[in-house]
Design a protein around this ligand. Structure first.
Ligand code: 13P
Ligand code: SF4
Length: 320
């Protein structure tokens, strides 16, 4: 009988003042931290720029930093890399994916596109770099309606991968879009029954929702928009209470801007915490620190994908 002695795994300690250590590394490396509103509050607080997907890609397009540390999910960091192929783009945890991006595999989508050769392909930014490379124009939740309105009415359009955003754009524009049937696990978990219960409990509350939610839920909304649009609406609207139908990370900024107002996160079905994006929440301050310290994990993309995915993103930036 043999026993194997496994050496103990040693994880080096992180510095006591983690935030200061991150700031020091950032300065040494001329790095910038871009963060999405769905990140944990302490990550939002250390970001150089905090925004929705459109704001983050605009900021990535214009940064003069040498290193971009992306506190968000994989498709966001990929977008930053496509816009900055010569810069180092770090994602604190490579497992930070996106159910919506995964719901659109490149092979199946390529085949779908081949079956509809006359269609223009507009893809929501929540997709892989391969899908971007197969697209004509990229959009985000804040400019999808605006971009579709700029396409001549006789031009047929494939809209991918989010069927809920696609249906919302169809309702807003009166256009008939050919939809890819993808969706976000977070925005499809919201319970209409709980929304009605909350509205009964807080009859004066305004319901604000992200267009990735399903149509039956969106029907109750007083305002629908991207995370940035929801934040601005909650600041300027006179209501004192808001029921928030999107990932609750955004409430950190809403409460900062409007401390006297009440923000109630809409729960998911059952008693889970599934209104929190499990991918976004993989990032931690510790992982941000190690990513900068080790210059890893980095986003690496094949040169042909980098080249083919750039024009659709540039078209979006020009049309926004
Ligand atoms: P926006 O950043 O466009 O509001 O989209 C939210 C989202 O789901 C990001 O993954
Ligand atoms: Fe993807 Fe949904 Fe998470 Fe956004 S909230 S990153 S769409 S899984």
């Amino acid at each position: 009988m043999f026993t194997t002695l496994t050496p103990p795994i040693t994880v080096p300690p992180v510095p006591q003042d983690l935030k200061q250590a991150i700031r020091d590394l950032k300065r040494e490396q001329n790095a910038v931290i871009l963060a999405h509103y769905y990140q944990a509050a302490e990550i939002q607080d250390i970001a150089d720029y905090l925004g929705d997907s459109l704001g983050l890609s605009q900021r990535a397009a214009e940064t003069d930093a040498d290193v971009i540390l992306f506190a968000g999910v994989h498709f966001m960091a990929e977008t930053a890399k496509i816009l900055n192929p010569d810069k180092t783009v770090l994602l604190p945890d490579l497992a930070a994916g996106c159910s919506l991006a995964e719901s659109c595999p490149p092979d199946a989508f390529g085949e779908f596109k081949r079956r509809h050769p006359e269609h223009l392909v507009i893809s929501y930014i929540n997709c892989s770099a391969e899908i971007k490379a197969l697209s004509d124009i990229i959009c985000t939740s804040s400019n999808a309606v605006k971009i579709v309105r700029q396409i001549p009415p006789e031009q047929p359009i494939i809209f991918a991968p989010d069927r809920n955003l696609g249906r919302y754009v169809m309702a807003q524009t009166g256009r008939d879009l050919l939809l890819w049937e993808g969706s976000c696990i977070v925005h499809e978990t919201f319970s209409e029954r709980k929304l009605i219960e909350l509205k009964t409990q807080y009859p004066q509350a305004k319901i604000i929702a992200h267009p990735e939610c399903e149509a039956p839920l969106l029907r109750h909304a007083d305002f629908i928009g991207s995370t940035t649009a929801l934040l601005h609406y909650s600041r300027r609207d006179g209501a004192e209470t808001f029921i928030v139908a999107t990932e609750p990370g955004i409430i950190h900024q809403m409460a900062k801007f409007s401390p006297a107002k009440q923000f109630i996160p809409l729960p998911g079905q059952g008693n889970c915490a599934c209104n929190e994006c499990p991918y976004m929440r993989l990032n931690t301050l510790e992982k941000l620190y190690w990513a900068l310290k080790n210059q890893s994990p980095q986003i690496v993309l094949p040169p042909d994908i980098l080249q083919a995915a750039l024009p659709p993103i540039q078209r979006m930036l020009a049309l926004s």
